[in-house]
Design a binder for this molecule. Structure first.
Ligand code: PMP
Length: 455
């Protein structure tokens, strides 16, 4: 049976009315991908105020990994609401915060003593990770990468690579932030998407040389407090860090007493088919930065890592009124329990395999699909106007997204060049829902590019 139900023109009349109110009351800054207004959601489905049902391929930007309104998460959240909503951990502490910290300490890779600090948003966790790195090393410089996205507060925005729209008009940015090139395999390798893997080692060597140049020629290794990287660039276009490069970074950081920080805000909690993407790489970050999937949609973020690094901030040095809110912690404990007590991770991997096969086929059949890539179910296609020049086909992404929501699938774009279509499906989606949604997206691709087998 079909999951998608489209009963009105999209957007329907009530959504249109709400959009008119939104335009009057809310500034244009907070962008939205689709013009429909949510009424309720469950699993992989969002129902709008006009009675239409959509398959959600965005998960609220990679948050509802455990599905919308999972009954266990809702029950745990309600139970906590009945007890107390807020006391502030800085005033009267409570057990759910400690329990989340204990679980994350146990789950994070690395056989060393760990501690966890909780905050509210991803950006806030990034800010705090930088504070820990600086107070621990007593050094200042932070190295980040091209194509990075770390959030919108001033430090997180400074670390973010893309100017428009994230940084445009908001200068000046924070000092002592340096940017190194990111080994973007598809765009660095000489071959096209089907045969670039052979270039991986050379690309990694080149990128590592450039990284060392940034440090050794511009900063001085003894001045660097931390290196921050996403295992798979999220907003930057779902570009996985090639494995050898990640290992080179980890080793360099170890050698030079630099805090190695992985921003797993988008890659965590099953999104890449492992609990954390770090596990794909076999690395042990000093600090793991978490948010999104951590609490199933409640605002919660975390910095988990080496105890001595987290202990370097003095009493009262980090914190905040809402940091580690008890209702968000209760939701998080339910999320973590779902991974522990069910075969959720196996389901994530199965979705990843299905998605990978489908996108691989698209890259063979549709000229505009220049690359398909990702880790587990965190996957994307990069659209190009010409496979040889790899000229980005940004307009196609907008058209496909619009055509998709009009036909019952919510999906989102990404990419420094705006030409990536990314899939962030709730990781509880059934294979039938996945393929029904992909049929809609594929029709959008096909409408721009008549099917054409590439020899
Ligand atoms: N880092 C990464 C890798 C992200 O994907 C995001 C959010 N897209 C952030 C940081 C910022 O998180 P938040 O929006 O919760 O501040």
């Amino acid at each position: 049976m079909s999951s998608i139900q489209i009963r009105t023109e999209i957007p329907g009349p009530i959504s249109q009315e709400l959009m008119a109110r939104r335009k009057k009351a809310v500034p244009q800054g907070p962008f939205h991908v689709s013009p429909i207004f949510a009424e309720r959601a469950e699993g992989a489905l969002i129902h709008d105020v006009d009675g239409n049902t959509f398959i959600d391929f965005a998960s609220g930007i990679g948050v509802t990994n455990s599905g919308h309104n999972h009954p266990q998460i809702v029950a745990a959240t309600k139970a906590q609401l009945e007890k107390y909503i807020h006391t502030s951990f800085n005033v009267v502490p409570y057990e759910p915060y400690v329990a989340v910290a204990e679980k994350l300490n146990a789950l994070a890779p690395g056989n060393f003593e760990k501690k966890t600090f909780l905050a509210n948003s991803g950006a806030e966790a990034v800010e705090n990770a930088i504070k820990f790195a600086r107070s621990h090393t007593k050094k200042q410089a932070i190295v980040c990468f091209d194509h990075a996205y770390h959030g919108r507060t001033y430090m997180a925005m400074t670390l973010t690579a893309k100017s428009v729209p994230y940084k445009h008009g908001f200068a000046p940015f924070n000092p002592e932030v340096y940017r190194a090139p990111f080994p973007y395999l598809y765009r660095w390798a000489s071959g096209n998407s089907q045969d670039y893997d052979g270039d991986e080692l050379n690309v990694c060597k080149e990128a590592f040389r450039a990284f060392k140049d940034v440090i050794e020629c511009q900063i001085g290794a003894d001045q660097v407090a931390g290196v921050i990287i996403e295992p798979v660039c999220g907003e930057g276009g779902f570009i996985p860090v090639p494995k050898p490069f990640m290992k080179l970074l980890e080793n360099y950081c170890k050698e030079h007493h630099i805090v190695f920080m992985l921003d797993e805000i988008q890659t965590g909690f099953g999104r890449t088919g492992n609990f954390f993407a770090a596990q794909h790489y076999g690395v042990e970050p000093d600090l793991l930065i978490l948010a999104k999937g951590l609490a199933g949609g409640m605002p919660l973020s975390a910095v988990t890592g080496r105890a001595d690094i987290l202990e370097s901030a003095g009493v009262g040095g980090v914190g905040g009124t809402y940091c580690g809110n008890p209702v968000a912690c209760a939701a998080s404990l339910a999320v973590l329990d779902l991974y522990e007590s069910t075969d959720a991770m196996e389901h994530c991997r199965m979705l990843g395999r299905e998605l990978s096969q489908r996108l691989e086929r698209w890259s063979r059949e549709y000229e505009i699909v220049g690359d398909h890539r990702g880790l587990g179910p965190m996957r994307a296609v990069e659209l190009v106007k010409n496979r040889s020049t790899k000229e980005p086909y940004k307009e196609a992404v907008g058209k496909i997204i619009k055509r998709s929501y009009e036909n019952g699938v919510i999906c989102i774009g990404a990419g420094t060049y705006g030409n990536v279509l990314r899939f962030l499906i709730p990781l509880t989606a059934t294979p039938e829902q996945l393929h029904e949604g992909l049929d809609v997206v594929e029709a959008g691709i096909e409408s721009l590019c008549p099917m054409q087998a590439i020899k």
